[in-house]
Design a protein around this ligand. Sequence first.
Ligand SMILES: CN1c2c(nc(N)[nH]c2=O)NC[C@@H]1CNc1ccc(C(=O)N[C@@H](CCC(=O)N[C@@H](CCC(=O)N[C@@H](CCC(=O)O)C(=O)O)C(=O)O)C(=O)O)cc1
Ligand SMILES: N[C@@H](CCS)C(=O)O
Ligand SMILES: [Zn+2]
Length: 767
Amino acid sequence: MKTTILGHPRIGKNRELKKACEHYWSGKINEAELQNVATKIKQENWLNQQQLGIDSIPSNDFSFYDQVLDTCLTLGCIPSRFKSIEKNNLLNLYFAMARGLQNEHIDVTAMEMTKWFDTNYHYIVPEFEKDQDFSFFSKKIVEEYKEALGLSIKTKPVLIAPVTFLLLGKEKETGFHRLDLLEKLLPIYFEILEELSNLGVEYIQFDEPCLALDLNKNEQEAIQYTYKSISEKFPNLKIYLANYFDCYGNNLNIALQLPVHTLHLDLVRCSLQIDDILQSENYNSETHLSLGLVDGRNIWINNYENSLKTIEKVTAKIPKDKLWISTSCSLLHVPYDLNLEQNINPEIKQWLAFAQQKLEEVIAIKNLVSNEANDYAYLFEENKLANINKSKSKIIHNPEVKSRVANLKPEDSERNSPFALRQEKQKSHLNLPLFPTTTIGSFPQTKEVRSWRLQHKKGLLPTETYQKNIAEEIEASISFQEDIGLDVLVHGEFERNDMVEYFGERLNGFVFSNFGWVQSYGSRCVKPPILFGDVSRKEPLTVKWSQYAQSLTQLPVKGMLTGPVTILQWSFVRNDQPRATTCNQIALSIRDEVADLENSGIKVIQIDEPAIREGLPLRKNEWQNYLNWAVNAFKISASVAKDETQIHTHMCYSEFNDIIADIAKMDADVITIETSRSEMELLDAFANFKYPNEIGPGVYDIHSPRVPSISEIETLLQKASQVLPKEHIWVNPDCGLKTRHWPETKSALKNLVLVAKKLRQETLKLA
Ligand SMILES: CN1c2c(nc(N)[nH]c2=O)NC[C@@H]1CNc1ccc(C(=O)N[C@@H](CCC(=O)N[C@@H](CCC(=O)N[C@@H](CCC(=O)O)C(=O)O)C(=O)O)C(=O)O)cc1
Ligand SMILES: N[C@@H](CCS)C(=O)O
Ligand SMILES: [Zn+2]
């Protein structure tokens, strides 16, 4: 029995890569210095795994920004707008593709970014043209293999597999399907494999998570064709095929017959598939199985008793030497090391495992199975005790919360009046112009703002000074918004570390790490709250700062809340009750906050739900059940509002086509969405559905430092006006502006307001 993992966190134990990348982008360090940081992280990861005794250690799981973008560079899949940068510097080309580039010589937009399956990780979307060419362009995979070899570690290179790579991308012109490109793409994979084989690579991990989706016949055939072609050309290369995040589902029989060395199973998300496999006549007894028993998506300790039972069941049919013990997916989605945490309640800490502990769990499971002398029995007992403690712990359960959820009634999820009536009342209550302008909530979280919070947290900045500083930021932001002529203002979220963490910190049922960072996109990280128990609100969460901001202006200031589904989705959630129940508990806390905001004079309240789409199960037959409880949880939070109070929601990085009916059921008065990177393509869903309520399609990409021109914004708004009723359109950026700096934010928002004013005038002239 061998051990492996599918990938390691790569941002650095202390987020060294994040800091180095940001310093490189701002010109504070050079490429060699950035490369040094990367080398150190990779080496630490490899050596740590080697020391722990992991048998097959992955390489090419490191990335400066994103593994799909890496694959684009590996395969020479570079959109033509970046070609002029290509020759100068590979790293700068790479970052330009990720972030866009604007200087006196060049102005190119970034590639699109979207959610990686059902995670809070974002990948860069490959762009394909009809006559797309590929080449073995970046040699990163080879270089990393050699780098590890230099440490005497023979790694298992990880590569996103051809079909998943194509399916993750997007056609940039009509007249072809991206899978048509497979014939052109495969020869490049052959070149890569040739070079790796020549270096003595034994195993290669092909990441093929599209196998967790409902694939059609064409897609399945593409998979069959791919592995047949590869195995014919490279009969001696051992392919470790990694599917994760769900079962193989309707792809199982195909997967079982693929000519691969190992099939990896995510036994956390799909524990039952092992039974199907053991009973299947399609299982080829030569195929090795990788048992993904250790959860790569959540931070609870493994249950060794259950894991050993599974292994026992498998070894009754399959010899041990054909088995791997592994993590369910890459450890990219969990923080580095629980040992860094000094402030977590020890009762809770004994239930937790971060990446380092998960590596130890993989080894422990192998030892428990393989060591006949039973030297590791103490690990088993320790683990059993911790799991028993957890199931019985008093700090988890609150009968009052449970009974409030149990007593929810259908009317608790409905506003008083239908939208048309509310819209009338809100019109006179708010008196907004045509094409009203707003922003999504956050303004730049400058170094100063973050350092005040840090100093305050460390006790080095008194609370009064911290609050005075925040109040001044709010004053400046309100006066800036008034000056440029925005219509619905925001306070700016300066007091918040993160839109989920901030709420979790103020609710019962959550606990926090200090160093539990997980990569969200590029250099941006989040520290997901750990939701371990019943959730309730101790006191108002946001009223003070919203009320303060409103006191500074006659214009409406939006109350700004994170919705229940998003808090659930972006936390590490307890696994001892259905997610729907946990979500309703959060929804009731947010509902109380809506009522308090309204009572304090706030007329517009935004309940952000950017994660609603990402929470969709990967398999379609489970969608409706999820959508029913998720939409209902949002409605529980929102529907306490009076008709006059305008409820906004916001979503970003989502495809809406297939869930538009359920988004409409949320019945928010206004929805703001991210649409600019896709050039308003995402708006089609709303237009085709004839979405009944108001919509703010994002008119500029907030993840790129470039300032959108007036004409760019105008073009996008013209596009929106062609498909939506003008009276329903709001003008806003794609998402919050916390990652931006003030100069570009100011220029961009000024342009945005100018365009809205221009469109208003033109519409009036026409009328
Ligand atoms: C909207 N998005 C979000 C997602 N998930 C969330 N949980 N939150 C989101 O906002 N998913 C989808 C998108 C992803 N987008 C983003 C956008 C921006 C960030 C981001 O800016 N992350 C920050 C960390 C934010 C934070 O928690 N800051 C804290 C701590 C600050 C810190 O790092 N302190 C340093 C010391 C700093 C110093 O100056 O010395 C330290 O502790 O070492 C705070 O502000 O208090 C990031 O920097 O990556 C994430 C996702
Ligand atoms: N209100 C949040 C939403 C982000 S999705 C923000 O503006 O940052
Ligand atoms: Zn957003």
